[in-house]
Design a binder for this molecule. Structure first.
Ligand code: NDP
Length: 328
């Protein structure tokens, strides 16, 4: 089998077109491990890559997909053998390396993890980069002192991929979760996955001009950035932390030193892409064992052919939960 299906993004006179095409194994970059991809997932970054964001992808034509789970077909390293079930998330996959929106990828062995024992390939992609990122945020908050039962934990962008998994995971770990959303009609979904309270985005945006806001949150996972992030910083309780991982509301914010020097709060950065493989492996083990959750409610299955429409939805901020991509 040397031909396969892939979503290909092409650049034509400054416009980016997305279609499912037939590709050839020889079109893939050189690499140590050839993987037959069975499942992938849709992340905001894939949508940026699929719409010509040159900070993500410099060269087109290109196949996005920062997540992939499948079976090794050929390997030039001894640690990985044909038939091994594996997952790949982040590094350059789907950025300038052809990604998981194709039925085959070829990548360096240093990007490849054996499938965690407690998760199926499909479950690993329901989580995908979004799940890994939510877990890294919660882990960092815990290491900064967050413990369950201490008080409400805020999640912004709560219906999105990272946000919905963070809500579900925090609730699963015994935290009281307040979910912030721009989608008033998704309150039932958010309560269904574990939120104790649902707050509107407008409510959280109030008070941007103030130096400090009332102390409310024992911790927070922020997936949106912009001035919403700094409003979260201003409303953290004394000594609390917010984990910052996303930018759907913007990459910049107005800030002051006051919350830091008056309330001892922490702004924690989280990156899931370039974590050393050993750190990713340890987090995936936790996701598959102690933090394992029922993921049914979070995932909708889509085909490659349905991806272009889903990419428009995620770019418009309309994502609810996770889209797991079935590559057949
Ligand atoms: P999604 O699109 O699935 O979720 C983002 C959510 O943000 C939306 O569903 C919406 O939720 C909210 N939102 C969208 N637009 C706005 C806006 N203008 N203002 C405020 N809120 C908005 O994306 P992902 O979950 O895949 O990614 C979330 C962010 O995290 C992205 O910026 C992504 O690049 C980043 N990311 C970072 C990673 C890292 O390693 N640091 C890894 C993975 C993702 P609602 O309507 O409920 O408010």
């Amino acid at each position: 089998m040397s031909e396969f299906k892939a979503l290909l993004v092409t650049e034509e006179q400054g416009q980016y077109q997305r279609r499912v095409v037939t590709r050839h194994i020889d079109d893939l970059p050189a690499g140590e491990v050839l993987i037959r991809v069975h499942w992938s997932s849709l992340n905001y970054k894939d949508a940026m890559s699929a719409s010509g964001n040159k900070a993500i992808t410099r060269n087109y034509p290109h196949t996005p997909g920062i997540d992939a789970a499948g079976v090794v077909e050929a390997s030039s390293v001894s640690e990985l053998a044909p038939g091994d079930e594996v997952i790949v998330t982040g590094y350059d996959l789907g950025m300038d390396t052809a990604g998981g929106f194709g039925q085959y990828i070829r990548v360096p062995a240093a990007w490849v993890l054996k499938r965690p024992a407690g998760l199926s390939l499909r479950e690993s992609m329901v989580l995908g980069t979004a799940g890994l990122t939510a877990a890294l945020c919660i882990d960092k908050l815990e290491r900064a002192g967050l413990s369950s039962g201490a008080g409400p934990v805020l999640v912004t962008g709560a219906t999105g991929g990272v946000g919905s998994i963070a809500v579900a995971m925090l609730a699963h770990l015994g935290h009281e979760v307040v979910a912030v959303t721009g989608k008033a009609d998704q309150a039932d979904f958010l309560r269904g996955i574990g939120a104790s309270e649902v707050m509107s985005r407008e409510e959280l945006q109030a008070g941007t001009n103030k130096v400090l806001l009332g102390e409310r949150w024992e911790g927070a996972v922020d997936t949106v950035g912009g001035d919403i992030l700094f409003n979260v910083v201003k409303s953290l309780r004394y000594d609390a932390s917010v984990a910052c991982c996303g930018l759907t509301a913007g990459g910049q914010f107005q800030a002051s030193v006051f919350p830091f020097i008056l309330r001892n709060v922490n702004l924690l950065g989280v990156d899931s892409v370039e974590q050393p493989l050993v750190a990713k492996a340890s987090m995936w083990d936790r996701l598959s064992l102690q933090w394992k959750m029922d993921l049914q409610q979070l995932a909708e299955e889509v085909t490659l052919e349905q991806l272009p429409e889903r990419i428009d939805t995620i770019l418009a901020g309309g994502m609810v939960g996770r889209a797991v991509v079935n590559l057949g």
